[in-house]
Ligand binder design. Structure first.
Ligand SMILES: O=C(O)CCC(=O)C1=CC=C[C@@H](O)[C@@H]1C(=O)O
Ligand SMILES: [Mg+2]
Length: 333
């Protein structure tokens, strides 16, 4: 795609800071830069600690959505999972109450400072609240090999549909996958960080280190790039969000809706964790499904959630830095 002018991108940009209803990834607020492009809304919201090279993938996704538009869907709604952050078991009911009829729940585990007993109690509380839901866990590579083995043994009675990035690295996943098979634990392993933060997102598939991959439009450089990665990986894929605003969730839904096969509920339910959003109504699932309706930022909500001036300046500089990386790639291509 031909890069639009940086000035035009910046003219069309709005920076927001949205409140979360529950702490997630250590934050209670989420900042994002939204672009009102000629083909639709784009979102640029790399996590605050990401540098220019990594953030450039996220910008490529925003520019694709805003200037090129979203690819044609093959379905008109997508199933989504509820996501339960690493809260105390006693708070699980309060978090689940924010979701409407989820058939699948992803539970965050292996949070720093917590014990395996906290994870088991949290998963048990979800199972008690939703006896028929499918359950999955996401450790964000927080376990060592032996911790992962112990945890997957302790969680085996819950018949998880998969465990997402239980340990770090492709070699770590491959080794754990062998051990899981040897012990007959019967749990599939999904790669997330080993796809979205890897130099080569296909390496994990080539190494046979995971049963499935998690794909996110922003970290992978856009919807079309993510579609290509799924095709080339040849593994089942779960589409997920990066704690996006409604605008980014709609882009994730476009990815899910364009995949030829969608065997798993998508991690696109995180709109339900926000206490404020940019679209009216917010892009949240009903009955465990997200409809592929049109979603754009609402001017009044953009104004209500506008980030403080110094944060706005910071995000605009961040776009410029990521843009330089993309422009450099175009001249060398
Ligand atoms: O997949 C989901 O259910 C929701 C999205 C989600 O879990 C994540 C969003 C953003 C950052 C990540 O820490 C996290 C993930 O690891 O998958
Ligand atoms: Mg994950």
């Amino acid at each position: 795609m031909q890069l639009p002018d940086l000035d035009e991108i910046l003219e069309r940009s709005h920076v927001v800071r949205l409140p979360l209803s529950v702490r997630f990834r250590g934050v209670t607020e989420r900042e994002a830069l939204l672009i009102d492009g000629p083909a639709g809304w784009g979102e640029f919201s790399p996590f605050l600690e990401y540098g220019a090279a990594e953030s450039s993938r996220w910008l490529a996704c925003a520019l694709e959505a805003a200037w090129e538009g979203l690819p044609a869907p093959v379905r008109d709604s997508v199933p989504v999972n509820a996501t339960v952050p690493a809260v105390a078991a006693a708070d699980v009911g309060r978090v689940l109450a924010r979701y409407d009829g989820p058939g699948t729940v992803k539970v965050k585990v292996a949070e720093a400072g917590q014990e395996l007993a906290d994870d088991v109690a949290r998963v048990r509380a979800v199972r008690a609240a939703l006896p028929h839901a499918k359950l999955r866990v996401d450790a964000n590579q927080g376990w060592s090999h032996s911790e992962a083995v112990a945890a997957l043994e302790a969680l085996a009675p819950f018949e998880l549909e998969y465990a997402e990035q239980p340990v770090a690295g492709i070699d770590g996943l491959a080794r754990l996958r062998e051990e899981v098979a040897r012990r007959g634990l019967g749990v599939a392993l999904a790669a997330d960080e080993s796809v979205r933060k890897a130099e080569d997102p296909l390496a994990v598939a080539r190494a046979g280190a995971a049963d499935l991959i998690v794909v996110k439009a922003q970290p992978l450089g856009g919807v079309r790039a993510a579609l290509r990665i799924v095709r080339e990986a040849g593994l089942p894929a779960v589409v997920s969000s990066a704690l996006d605003t409604s605008v980014g969730l709609r882009i994730g839904a476009a990815l899910a809706a364009a995949l030829p096969s969608l065997p798993y509920a998508c991690g696109l339910g995180t709109g339900s964790l926000f206490a404020g959003d940019v679209a009216a109504p917010a892009y949240v699932a009903r009955g465990g499904e997200l409809d592929l309706r049109e979603v754009g930022a609402d001017p009044e909500l953009l104004a209500a959630h506008r980030a403080p001036a110094e944060r706005e300046a910071w995000w605009r500089e961040r776009v410029a830095a990521a843009y330089s990386v993309l422009a450099g790639e175009q001249t060398t291509a």
